[in-house]
Ligand binder design. Sequence first.
Ligand SMILES: Cc1cc2nc3c(=O)[nH]c(=O)nc-3n(C[C@H](O)[C@H](O)[C@H](O)COP(=O)(O)OP(=O)(O)OC[C@H]3O[C@@H](n4cnc5c(N)ncnc54)[C@H](O)[C@@H]3O)c2cc1C
Ligand code: SF4
Length: 331
Amino acid sequence: MNNFSYARASDVASAVQAVAADRDTVFIAGGTNLIDLMKENVSRPARLIDINGLPLNRIEEREDGGLRLGALVTNADTAYHVQVERRYPLVSRAILAGASAQLRNMATNGGNLMQRTRCYYFYDTATPCNKREPGTGCSAIDGFNRIHAILGTSEQCIAVHPSDMCVALVALEAVVNVTGKGGDRTIPIADFHRLPGDTPQIDNNLGADEIITSIDLPAKGFADHYAYLKVRDRTSYAFALVSVAAALEMDGDTITETRLALGGIGHKPWRNLDAEAMLNGIKATKDHFEAVGETIVRDAKGYGHNTFKIELAKRAVVRALQHAARTARKP
Ligand SMILES: Cc1cc2nc3c(=O)[nH]c(=O)nc-3n(C[C@H](O)[C@H](O)[C@H](O)COP(=O)(O)OP(=O)(O)OC[C@H]3O[C@@H](n4cnc5c(N)ncnc54)[C@H](O)[C@@H]3O)c2cc1C
Ligand code: SF4
């Protein structure tokens, strides 16, 4: 592990100033991903700015009826917050499907968005990896690629984004609030993460001098009909092979609005608006759900070890939608 210096930021402006001034300076929040990356020599920052003292640790009501999740609120405090559980149970379920209780106590909401892929080769500095070292090649494409992407891949990288929380946030159309040297801006969560293309080393659209301050959940939480289904190799403490966040608005057994996002299949949480539109105004039946699953994987490509994900994603979509159609808010 390389030597590094450590400083605590006292306010958002000085934290932004510190990362803007030096590209080897990075923020540390819960440290659950960054410290692993440093121990494995994947990340070698010269300076850590500890942001845990910044006033970004609250969950607040918004005037538009939504909820603002501070970037430094832990995943555990978010999942168990009474308003998140009541109004956004999809977010709560997705977070609780991830990691372990101990990790969720440390992991922050901002860090969850920024966590890096779990591709084995990315963590193994003895192997080529375009994400870790651009231009060296991708060991996964012809290697062991069981956990890798089937949609939105490129010849440069087939990694997936590993977050559970982000899948639910994409389904709910959350908005990420960021601050940088140029001031404040908002990024719809669907535009936050990127596809690998020719620049797989860039995971997301956060600027080098920017910090995530909070995440806004819109007023509509789909609390009556939702499901977060995570299919994984173990029943806990494992990343998703495929996950599905499903949210429905229903009038009797007719679907009036659909939100669907998938994890474990792309470099970013995957949403297909055409597939969602197929369900609007029709009855919640297995046949219709299967057609939606087919549409989502229509352009999917398997790389050998991960080809099973194509069928798995279809089935997971059907199961999540069936579950969402049945759920109804408890009094
Ligand atoms: C064994 C294990 C199993 C896991 N399983 C799952 C799982 O099943 N599902 C899942 O979703 N996650 C899982 N995780 C990942 C975990 O959720 C993330 O590590 C965690 O959310 C990262 O948050 P953190 O605060 O610890 O980030 P850190 O490790 O502190 O930081 C991670 C990155 O985010 C940056 N960063 C942090 N906060 C900000 C901010 N406010 N603005 C800008 N940049 C910021 C840091 O600079 C760093 O680059 C697992 C982790 C481990 C170690
Ligand atoms: S899939 Fe991406 S992260 Fe994994 S080895 Fe290839 S380039 Fe690296």
